[in-house]
Design a protein around this ligand. Structure first.
Ligand SMILES: Cc1cc2nc3c(=O)[nH]c(=O)nc-3n(C[C@H](O)[C@H](O)[C@H](O)COP(=O)(O)OP(=O)(O)OC[C@H]3O[C@@H](n4cnc5c(N)ncnc54)[C@H](O)[C@@H]3O)c2cc1C
Ligand SMILES: NC(=O)c1ccc[n+]([C@@H]2O[C@H](COP(=O)([O-])OP(=O)(O)OC[C@H]3O[C@@H](n4cnc5c(N)ncnc54)[C@H](O)[C@@H]3O)[C@@H](O)[C@H]2O)c1
Length: 461
């Protein structure tokens, strides 16, 4: 057998090459992947390119995913709205569905070009080396594999409040027959803020109900604020009636639950085969994405590490490299940039000012800038851009960068490379800007806005 299997089950370590070959031939596949989303497709393609015989199963296609419906390509969202305000809602929905169908086709082609065998049906782990796939007609087929990879993603969680069935989640939000004119959004994370921007941008009235100090605030340990969140029930009444914990009553066309997502493990039978889950239901894995059962691995949202598409791709790539590529590789979660595609968009990389204060050993220098980009001054548009750099005063290393304003995500991708390379503020300063761009401000912020020692502001200029 010429194919080289690395990081194979420890139990097999002392078997001879011949025995291993015989064992391998007994499996239908070297790798069987459950879930053909971002992580699963990447892992299976790359494993196949390393010579592995790969099978993958995915839920029957539907443009609105659920626990039992999905589609190759997974939760491939990434909002950015280019429609004009006088848009046509139905046309937008139609285009969205067309785009999902197009992406599904691309993913299917990528899999088949890589030689990966795709099965349509719900996968379930029935043994350390066995997956059962329930097909559309209900028939079940079992496949054996040397390695199983769980890449089933996550799904929206619904708060357990009376009348919760009247609310929608992001799964259904872009499939409503009509544009909701009045909306209540529960939650203050990515999805809440992005949908608030989308609907507000289309002229709807949007109330964002969040429980922390501000939307997009990080959860501080032990502190859960209940600032403004419906605590009462949802009632159908000429729309949906929502009562907030401020006692206010709102009657709206739609209530969106954007209160986080939970790993898709409920129907996978993992605990029955001995795979450990954490208290949120996420699959517990080591630094190489391996579970406590040596032949079973997991990547992406189902492991609840950092729930972003490029992170699932990184984990899938490194899984393939580790298991089939001969190079055991751990994902590096440092300096991963992210963006919230709200209006205006915001994007961050590295440490926030708060995190830097908590983690730094010395003083922190903070540089900030707020300005109206030149393209706006000519058009007269009032849309400020804000930027921040957080720097270690002793080493001069840039610890974090953030930006809110047009093109924030596009700009931050380049800044992320600089941070990944360990750039210093002096290196930022010696980089020549591109004029007239907003991005050039990142290399021209000369004066310190504040210096912070041991978590306390020294100056607040
Ligand atoms: C509304 C929304 C917007 C988002 N926007 C962004 C963004 O702008 N940028 C970003 O980086 N991230 C974004 N994310 C997060 C991103 O989608 C996820 O982090 C990413 O898709 C995780 O990849 P995954 O492979 O783990 O899961 P997924 O891509 O969700 O794939 C999991 C797949 O498994 C399938 N599946 C589940 N159970 C089974 C089963 N039993 N058998 C067979 N198949 C099964 C599902 O149908 C699905 O196709 C967004 C998420 C949501 C919900
Ligand atoms: N642009 C992007 O990259 C992007 C966009 C969308 C989603 N995502 C990914 O999808 C994940 C899920 O998004 P999300 O916005 O649902 O989750 P999230 O974890 O970002 O935010 C959930 C929010 O809901 C709040 N919440 C939870 N229960 C609540 C309750 N009962 N009442 C009031 N508030 C409550 C939480 O405090 C939190 O602020 C994100 O974590 C992110 O990883 C990324």
């Amino acid at each position: 057998m010429s194919r080289k299997m690395l990081i194979d089950g420890e139990a097999n370590n002392n078997i001879s090459n011949n025995e291993e070959e015989v064992q391998l031939l007994q499996y239908d596949f070297d790798l069987f992947v459950i879930g053909a989303g971002s992580g699963g497709v990447r892992a299976s393609r790359f494993s196949a390119q390393f010579g592995a015989k790969v099978g993958i199963c995915e839920l029957p296609f539907h443009p609105i995913s659920s626990e039992v419906l999905g589609g190759v390509g997974g939760t491939s969202y990434g909002w950015e709205l280019n429609e004009k305000i006088d848009f046509n809602w139905k046309k937008l929905l139609h285009k969205k569905t067309e785009e999902i169908v197009r992406l599904t086709g691309i993913y299917k082609r990528l899999l088949s070009n890589a030689g990966v065998k795709l099965f349509e049906g719900e996968g379930k782990v029935v043994g350390p080396n066995e997956v059962e796939v329930t097909q559309l007609d209900g028939t079940k087929i079992c496949y054996s594999a040397k390695h199983i990879l769980v890449a089933t993603g996550s799904r929206a969680q619904r708060p357990d409040i009376p009348g919760q069935e009247l609310a929608i989640t992001s799964d259904e939000a872009l499939s409503l027959d009509e544009l909701p004119k009045r909306v209540v959004i529960l939650g203050g994370g990515y999805i809440a803020v992005e949908f608030a921007s989308i609907w507000r941008g289309m002229g709807s009235t949007v109330d964002l109900c969040f429980r922390k100090e501000l939307p997009l605030s990080c959860e501080k340990s032990g502190r859960k604020e209940s600032k403004f969140a419906p605590t009462d029930n949802l009632v159908r009444e000429d729309g949906i009636k929502v009562r907030t914990d401020h006692g206010e009553e709102l009657v709206v066309d739609a209530v969106l639950f954007a209160t986080g997502r939970i790993p898709n493990t409920k129907r996978l039978n993992l605990e029955a085969v001995g795979v450990e889950l954490d208290r949120t239901g996420a699959v517990k894995v080591d630094e190489y994405s391996r579970t406590n059962i040596p032949s079973i691995w997991a990547i992406g949202d189902v492991t609840n590490r950092m729930n972003l598409t490029p992170v699932a791709l990184m984990e899938g790539t490194l899984f393939a490299k580790t298991v089939f590529g001969g190079q055991p590789s751990k994902p590096d979660y440092g300096n991963i940039p992210c963006a919230v595609f709200c209006i205006p968009p915001l994007s961050v990389v590295g440490l926030s000012e708060e995190q830097a204060i908590e983690q730094a050993k010395g003083d922190i220098l903070v540089f900030t800038s707020g300005f109206n980009p030149m393209k706006n001054t000519i058009s007269g548009r009032q849309e400020k851009t804000l930027m921040k750099l957080v720097v270690d005063a002793e080493t001069d290393k840039v610890l974090g960068a953030s930006m809110c304003g047009p093109d924030a995500a596009e700009i931050m991708q380049g800044i992320a490379i600089a941070l990944k390379c360990g750039a210093t503020k002096a290196q930022f300063d010696s980089t020549v800007g591109i004029h007239p761009s907003a991005a050039e401000e990142f290399v021209t912020m000369r004066s310190v806005t504040r210096r912070i020692a041991f978590g306390k502001p020294k100056t607040n200029l």
